[in-house]
Write a protein that binds this ligand. Sequence first.
Ligand code: NCD
Length: 375
Amino acid sequence: MDQKTMEILKGLKGRSLMAPFDFSVEELDALFCLGDDIIDHPEKYAAICSNKILATLFYEPSTRTRLSFETAMCRLGGKVIGFADPKASSVSKGETIGDTARIIGGYADIMAMRHFVEGAQKAAAMSCSIPVINAGDGGHQHPTQTLADLMTIHRLKGHFDNLTIGMCGDLKYGRTVHSLLMAMSRYENVKFVFVAPDELKMPQHLIEELGDSISFVETKSMEEAMPQLDVLYMTRVQQERFDDKEQYERLKDSYILDKEKMALAKEDMMVLHPLPRVNEIEFDVDEDPRALYFDQAIYGMYVRMALIVALLGLEPGVTTWEKTKRLPIEIHPEAKAVPCTNPKCVTNNDRAVKPLARPTEDGHWACEYCDTVMK
Ligand code: NCD
């Protein structure tokens, strides 16, 4: 790694990761560079976290995200504490997110949290003294899945510019596509093709927020989209976020990727999927060399290794006993106590978290926790 990359990485020390825009494009590039170095020289990093502890607080089911974080920490020589089922923690006795985070912050050096409530991680970060990583908050954001997605594109395509990216399936509730869209909006000449039924379209507030920085078309036809795409990002219909179970049953098999549809695609198109898959990719597509979702999960582990090293501000061969202190979470200077209208927002689900909203350019208020725009 060159000197400039190392300097940029130093700037990540003590930061938290809530959403894709928390890191600049330059910082992301540096992180992928560190990820490359970890892949190429694992021995350099094998003991870098030898005196560090990662806490994984998972209030929602997870296989890849939690275990890849835990494996990442083990591969860095660190230790892991945490829970995968909130029923086994004091949450079940009515403890607030802030109190839990404050306590864990005293035990561990860094925390990865997944929660069904939107903005929970921000509330956690504001209550504790260590860097916090959002490992998925309700239908809102999933920035480390985006790191996994981008690391895969970086390794296997080598560039982010000039790509046409299809996002297919549940674009409404799928937090991974929300984060990926934001992250990819910052590269040159990227086009998006949104393939979704009317009920599961990309949220309007996100499209408005990104404005001119994204160029997109919407279609209901996968067949129409396939030939244009450099990347096809498939998603699962998010059963757990539906209030209306009949609607889920009706929509769950809206799009199924099969060999016939793959035959319409470019020879070097990448198929990505955050996983788990339910029905949306037929098993025989796995044999196609363009099916890269299992590789994507592995790159996710490496980029999480890079993230832990960077947020803790560690360098190979240097042992620090001092705890990395969390830097302040940015809050809009004109933020006010405007109540959030999203029933799934942390301000409506945790009695210790007070409403906080920032003014938007068009005269509305947007929640500082879940980004819902109050209209
Ligand atoms: C995703 C998630 O949790 O949002 N899974 C993951 O982290 N790899 C996608 C999903 O659950 O559909």
